[in-house]
Write a protein that binds this ligand. Sequence first.
Ligand code: AMP
Ligand code: FE
Ligand code: FE
Ligand code: ZN
Length: 294
Amino acid sequence: MVKIDLHTHSTRSDGLDSPTQLMENAAKAGIEIIALTDHDTVSGWDEGRSSAAKLGLGFVPGIEVTSVSDVTRNEKTYRISVHLLAYLPDPDHQALEVVLDDTVATREARGRAIVEKLAEQIPITWEMVLDHLDKGATIGRPAIADTLVTMGLVADRSAAFDYYLSTDGPFYVSHSAVSTIDAIGLIRQAGGVPVIAHPLKGVGPDTDPEDLPIAHFEEMIQAGLQGVEVYHRDVPETARKWLLDLADKHNLVVTGSSDYHGLEGKPNRLGENTTSQEMLDRIIELGTGTKPSL
Ligand code: AMP
Ligand code: FE
Ligand code: FE
Ligand code: ZN
């Protein structure tokens, strides 16, 4: 069986391996085909593709697109951030490029806002955060986490997310980004295959499947969603059967991947979840924006 991992990050966003180091580690882990899916950027593709080729790995270009959705539960509306994996989109598609550039710029403003809040209590500066980022890399909370580690305030990224960077913590600033429905449309226009990343990540083990947001999923599918990342460590068991039934009903692609961010970035290990060759073949058939290197 070919080992296929379709969700990984490099230093072009919040991973800790450069695209080349990522490919080297993937080869060591026995991966045969890998997708590089940095947050909101294609800037790692060229290096990733050529390093993969040197190591004899297949390369599938992707992006993890940040989007936001408003979902209603118990008559209250919440704004949630939805990550969409886009496989094989045209990297030169104008409208998609504009949206990604916008998100990257907004992420920087948001990062600065978080740091400003933190600076009221700890001696952190934006320059310190920039020291933990490659030039032009997509900014996210992990770079701030790395700064807190260097400052000796927390042991690792996870510990930083437990308090300083927690979504319900005092320093949090939410994302603003393209709506999920618009993002799905754009990815399709760019010839890409939109697959929802780690769907239903926050759902607790006791959730009644009747309470899962079926209307939101039906809406995304209507808009052109083509796949669901069912096999991911953050997708709870309660959600998997529900997602598989949904995939069955709408003939969606089902993927599994690691969401690797580097050895120290997250506990996620390359190849801990994988995608079948059959599903990758379907992605390649559906994706018309750019070619994989296999
Ligand atoms: P942001 O993009 O700024 O909202 O930050 C979210 C990113 O932080 C995700 O893409 C993950 O890579 C990372 N992240 C979230 N929670 C944790 C955690 N507990 N430990 C390490 N990294 C995390
Ligand atoms: Fe990430
Ligand atoms: Fe994600
Ligand atoms: Zn990811």
